[in-house]
Design a protein around this ligand. Structure first.
Ligand code: ZID
Length: 229
């Protein structure tokens, strides 16, 4: 069977969860990467059976999640983590959650993966029009929503089996003006889409890995509700 790592699952409402279920239905083993500050509540809810109803697969069985890794995809290595984040009590309880360390942990635990899913985005100023977006907010959106995919692919490519596939989720606000999708999020999706083409070329040659992005329709996830979509 195939093994999938899905980055960006912290509840049962988002695209990542739905993709995990589709992959599990097709027989894949499921590994998740969950944003560090959301890890505790997600694992507790899983353990207490809060997601059991939504774990149900079409054949009646429950999706098995083999392992949940804490992940913060805006940091590539431990050296990149600022002191205030290290000291933050929502981060201090977890370890090995930078992109490089997560890839190392997956390698140590399982050796390789076949499928990498990027289902994460964050734009701290998403509710602000681009015209009012700060440099800091813009760069944060790009870091969490675009470079996070470049970094994940950089670090996971060496442990991906040839013929494997990666996919991310984008939004049409990258190419058409959609008021309300601000803070540099439209820019971040444009970067993600351009990077998809370049990385498909590079990862195709380097590791026989496919790189695609899906322009998603509206889904009432936590992220979408936060911007009133
Ligand atoms: P979600 O909240 O379930 O997933 C986002 C995840 O990212 C959460 O679990 C966060 O904890 C996690 N996360 C945030 N920052 C970090 C970080 N630094 N490190 C690790 N994890 C982090 O929301 P979702 O399912 O909506 O989002 C998944 C992907 O789908 C994102 O790339 C979205 O941009 C994309 N997407 C979602 C929608 C939507 O409607 N939900 C649309 C398009 C793309 C969209 O916005 N009409 C109006 C709006 C839309 C489409 C059509």
């Amino acid at each position: 069977g195939k093994r999938a790592f899905i980055a960006g699952v912290a509840d049962d409402n988002g695209y990542g969860w739905a993709i995990a279920k589709a992959l599990a239905s097709a027989g894949a083993e499921i590994l998740l990467g969950t944003w560090v500050p959301a890890l505790n509540i997600f694992e507790t809810s899983l353990r207490r059976g809060k997601f059991d109803e939504s774990r149900k697969l079409p054949n009646g069985s429950l999706m098995e999640i083999t392992k949940v890794y804490p992940l913060d995809a805006v940091y590539d290595t431990p050296e990149d983590v600022p002191e205030d984040v290290k000291a933050n009590k929502r981060y201090a309880g977890a370890s090995n959650w930078t992109v490089k360390e997560v890839a190392e942990s997956v390698k140590n635990d399982f050796g390789s993966i076949d499928i990498l899913v990027h289902s994460l985005a964050n734009g701290p100023e998403v509710t602000k029009p681009l015209l009012e977006t700060s440099r800091r907010g813009y760069l944060a959106a790009i870091s969490a929503s675009s470079y996070s995919f470049v970094s994940l692919l950089q670090h996971f490519l060496p442990i991906m089996n040839p013929g494997g596939a990666t996919v991310s989720l984008t939004y049409i606000a990258s190419e058409r003006t959609i008021p309300g999708y601000g803070g540099g999020m439209s820019s971040a999706k444009a970067a993600l889409e351009s990077d998809t083409m370049v990385l498909a070329f590079e990862a195709g040659r380097k590791g026989k890995i496919r790189v695609n992005t899906i322009s998603a329709g509206p889904l009432g996830s936590r992220a979408a509700k936060a911007i009133g979509f």
